[in-house]
Design a protein around this ligand. Structure first.
Ligand code: 5RP
Length: 226
């Protein structure tokens, strides 16, 4: 089975939890995009939902596929958000998110949600966060070099994310510093320390937020809960 089939399998399973009348947070990334498509299929069959997108990209996809959208101003309470992740720590189910660049809106929508269902293929599971890749940290463009130095004092090697020779800009107009910390022993402590740095808008550490993680691998689906 290829990775896309696994992502789609996890996405379809998560969308089964959506009920008529729900306000649904729509995540960002290739796995979340499968969930948007699976939800749109159900909408075409008569399911009524309001989608709260976590990025401009997801908003465009959802609109194109026929899902009605709302905002947190109109719907401050989100019933269920379905989103992907870059790494999931076994056990407490802390997450790294943000390689897709949408971590700020993703965290705001997740925090406003009754339930956050994370959908991944099994390659995303790790013993310790930071084992596979960097931790994305969204920062203000002003003085980003000073913010990077402060992140390096916490032990992370910070690289400004670039796209086509320019600094990558998030939907909120911020930069992203991809920080290599190596395996992270205490994610909650690191998240708090990062949040205290002036210039940091949000980190891609999502600790204590996932209600469930749906993992797809060759053997089928497993639902992990914290
Ligand atoms: C975007 C994210 C994504 O959920 C994360 O990067 C996973 O993406 P994909 O499903 O494409 O692997 O956090 O900001």
């Amino acid at each position: 089975m290829d990775l896309n089939t696994l992502k789609q399998t996890a996405a379809r399973r998560a969308v089964e939890d959506v009920e008529d009348g729900m306000v649904v947070g729509l995540g960002t990334g290739s796995t979340a995009a499968f969930a948007v498509s699976a939800l749109a299929e159900r909408v075409r069959l008569g399911l009524r939902v309001v989608g709260i997108p976590t990025s401009e990209r997801t908003a465009r996809q959802a609109e194109a596929e026929g899902i009605g959208l709302g905002t947190l101003a109109e719907y401050p309470r989100v019933d269920l958000t379905i989103d992907g992740a870059d790494e999931v720590a076994l056990g407490e189910l802390a997450l790294i998110k943000g390689l897709g660049g949408a971590l700020l809106r993703e965290k705001i929508v997740a925090a406003a949600s009754e339930r956050l269902i994370i959908i991944v293929d099994a390659t995303k599971l790790v013993e310790r966060l930071g084992s596979h890749g960097p931790l994305p940290v969204e920062v203000a463009p002003f003085g980003w070099q000073a913010t990077a130095r402060a992140l390096e004092r916490l032990g992370g090697q910070a690289n400004l994310r670039a796209q086509e020779g320019q600094a990558f800009l998030t939907d909120g107009g911020h930069y992203i510093l991809d920080c290599r910390f190596g395996p992270i022993a205490r994610p909650a402590e690191l998240e708090a320390a990062i949040d205290r740095i002036p210039g940091v808008v949000e980190s891609g550490l999502f600790v204590g937020m996932a209600s469930a993680v749906i993992v797809a691998d060759e053997g089928g689906i497993e639902v992990l809960t914290p």
